[in-house]
Design a protein around this ligand. Structure first.
Ligand SMILES: C[S@@+](CC[C@H](N)C(=O)[O-])C[C@H]1O[C@@H](n2cnc3c(N)ncnc32)[C@H](O)[C@@H]1O
Length: 244
């Protein structure tokens, strides 16, 4: 991509006022959306490979063209790096036309993340590292629930454990992500500005070349305690204001 990208434009100028209410609801209830038969089949194939290789797992959720998955596989030669994206179009841009591609120590698959994360939890996966690079920001306030931290699958995303790293070019998304994690276990997620040297994904490259500020939220999920399906829950421990 050679065009300059515009910064995220949103009617929201701070953390969404309904974020914590939405998160509390998701923590109290189980997400029951059925998992597709295709997802079950594909995940079973991935699980077979994982068991055979028996390596630490690094997940690249929403890997787009798979460029970041390939780059991470080089950086972590002793891990199995798994890239997941639902878009055949984006995967095809990276030369991936099949549902599951194995390349050296990486797997790239076309799959719905909402299914993948839940299946991985059901199979007791524990990640070494989890990258979520430049998720779709859904900047319209009314689309809050499409952002990962306000989606009903969020508790399962966190249950995968490991070190979670979100990168994003919209400060408010990154702040909300950090706030959602710190609401569950105070002070475990940190947020900073990030300089990509060099960029590892297509969007990271595009945003860097366009001069955007990039944000990174980092968190060691092994210290996170999720009280599931309980009634109530603690009150927010962080002020719902700018947290940088
Ligand atoms: C803005 S792009 C970023 C792609 C890549 N991480 C990068 O940095 O270049 C967001 C990606 O997330 C993928 N995505 C969004 N929602 C998804 C879902 N529910 N399941 C799987 N992939 C999803 C999209 O298809 C898209 O490729």
């Amino acid at each position: 991509m050679h065009f300059r990208s515009r910064p995220v434009d949103s009617g929201q100028d701070d953390v969404h006022p309904h974020l914590l209410k939405t998160l509390k609801t998701h923590l109290r209830s189980e997400y029951k959306k059925p998992i597709s038969a295709n997802s079950h089949t594909l995940f079973a194939a991935v699980e077979n490979i994982r068991r055979l290789l028996d390596l630490p797992i690094i997940l690249d959720s929403g890997c787009g063209t798979g460029a970041s998955t390939r780059s991470l596989a080089l950086r972590y030669p002793n891990a199995l790096v798994i890239g997941v994206d639902k878009s055949s179009h984006r995967l095809a841009l990276g030369g991936i036309h099949e549902n599951l591609r194995q390349e050296s120590n990486s797997l790239i698959l076309k799959m719905e993340l909402v299914d993948f994360w839940r299946l991985a939890v059901r199979h007791s996966w524990h990640l070494q590292k989890h990258y979520i690079l430049y998720p779709n920001p859904w900047p319209k306030p009314k689309l809050l629930k499409r952002r990962w931290h306000a989606h009903p699958v969020f508790p399962d995303l966190l249950r995968l454990g490991g070190e979670l790293e979100l990168r994003c070019n919209w400060r408010i998304y990154a702040e909300e992500f950090r706030l959602a994690i710190n609401y569950i276990t105070p002070n475990i997620a940190n947020l900073d500005e990030y300089i990509a040297k060099p960029p590892i994904s297509l969007f990271e490259k595009k945003y860097t070349e366009s001069g955007h500020i990039l944000y990174r939220c980092l968190c060691a999920l092994d210290n996170l305690v999720i009280s599931t399906h309980s009634s109530g829950g603690p009150e927010p421990v962080m002020p719902v204001t700018s947290l940088i």
